[in-house]
Design a protein around this ligand. Structure first.
Ligand code: PMP
Ligand code: GLN
Length: 385
């Protein structure tokens, strides 16, 4: 079709199709084993399907309340209370969203004004900066080092100005897998205390932490909680990324501003799955068992890489593992990722696309939320390189 003669004036002229879509398309074109985009290749729990079917049959097929089905908001509030000791009022402080993505987008839209600065830790998941820019905000990157991805808190503090409106953190961190320690969170709390900065804590991988680590949610820290949107993803937690279901929790005043946007952008999300999730969440084993389940997958995958030339540190959280090829190639991570797909039929994510100025540390991200058979096949390819 011919384009209109009107000037198009995109609001995101410099944004291309996401790395996940580009790599995913290339992987399909070459029939490659896909360890790129973060989704499991094993089946979801049939119990959740049964509960959703039941909710549909019972007739919960019309609009849910704007903030989400109250029973689900209560179940979420109970879970946060049990895990992190913070009380959120399900009536006014919890909203069910279209994945963590919409929670993050809406929180940014609700508070970022033209000219406001928003600090983002790089490498950063790709949905933050476009949302900031769309709202006239200015992303202020703080690049993490490429060895342990620890935050240099003094550096971060030095980036705060009178214009800093918001800060976005992500723990467990995509793509590095790093999990913030209690000390990290306490330092962050001290830095933010004298400011009015709003925090978005992207906790999409809240239940995926390994080697007995604790997920230190921002909800655990009184001063942080008072300024934070905790954003989470049922898609990541329960192997249902295609359901695009998540939630956010924040103090009433913040949530009230959030809902002003949410009611017009989304209004409410799919009702029957909310009914099902409210029941499903009652059994805490369903999420408390996840660290052991995924740690076993991580160890299985890494155990298979005994003959590969890559170097790595076992990931602390998420279901992503970084592999470092800097010792055996000077090619760019994009070039290696493309060659892996085209010549070796294996797809992963080059992480320069998440970095400031596309900084290339020669790291590739592999998703190990896969069956052992798939992980074995992937490792065999990597061992042959
Ligand atoms: N944040 C991070 C760090 C992610 O990796 C993802 C992808 N799941 C999201 C947010 C978005 O989550 P959702 O699919 O629930 O929108
Ligand atoms: N969160 C997924 C990942 O990091 C990607 C989701 C998407 O493609 N937007 O792989």
């Amino acid at each position: 079709m011919e384009t209109s003669k009107h000037e198009l004036r995109s609001k995101l002229p410099n944004v291309a199709t996401t790395i996940f879509t580009r790599i995913g398309n290339l992987a399909r074109e070459h029939n490659a084993l896909d360890l790129s985009q973060g989704f499991p290749n094993f089946e979801m729990d049939p119990e959740l399907i049964a509960l959703t079917t039941e909710a549909m049959k019972k007739g919960f097929n019309q609009y849910a309340p704007m903030q989400g089905y109250f029973g689900l908001r209560t179940a979420i509030a109970d879970k946060i209370q049990r895990l992190h000791g913070r009380t959120y009022d399900p009536d006014t402080e919890i909203t069910v969203t279209v994945g963590a993505t919409q929670a993050i987008f809406t929180a940014i839209t609700a508070f970022v004004h033209p000219g406001d600065e928003v600090i983002v830790l790089k490498p950063a998941y790709d949905c933050y900066e476009p949302a900031i820019v769309l709202n006239g905000g200015i992303p202020i990157p703080v690049q993490l080092n490429n060895t342990d991805f620890k935050v240099d808190w003094a550096l971060l503090k030095s980036k705060i100005t009178a214009k800093t409106r918001m800060l976005i953190i992500n723990t467990p961190h995509n793509p590095s897998g790093r999990v913030f320690s209690e000390n990290d969170m306490l330092q962050l709390q001290e830095i933010l205390k004298p400011t009015n900065i709003i925090l978005i804590s992207d906790e999409a991988y809240e239940h995926l932490v390994f080697d007995e680590r604790v997920h230190w949610s921002a909800a655990r820290f009184t001063d942080l909680a008072s300024r934070t949107f905790v954003c989470a993803s049922f898609g990541k937690t329960f192997y249902i990324t295609g359901w695009k279901m998540g939630y956010c929790a924040a103090p009433k005043a913040l949530m009230t501003a959030f809902l002003k946007i949410h009611q017009f952008a989304v209004f409410s999300i799919h009702h029957p799955v909310q009914r099902a999730m409210a029941v499903y969440l009652q059994n805490a084993d369903r999420y408390l068992g996840l660290p052991a389940f995924y740690q076993q997958k991580r160890d299985f995958f890494l155990g298979q890489l005994d003959r590969s030339k890559f170097t790595f540190t076992p990931t602390e959280g998420t279901y992503f593992q970084l592999l470092d090829f800097s010792e055996w190639s000077n090619d760019s991570d994009e070039a290696i990722a493309e060659r892996l797909i085209v010549a070796h039929k294996l797809a992963c994510i080059p992480i320069s696309s998440f970095n400031e100025g596309r900084l290339d540390h020669r790291l590739l991200r592999f998703c190990f939320a896969k069956t052992e058979e798939t992980l074995e096949q992937a490792a065999a390819i990597l061992n042959r390189l």
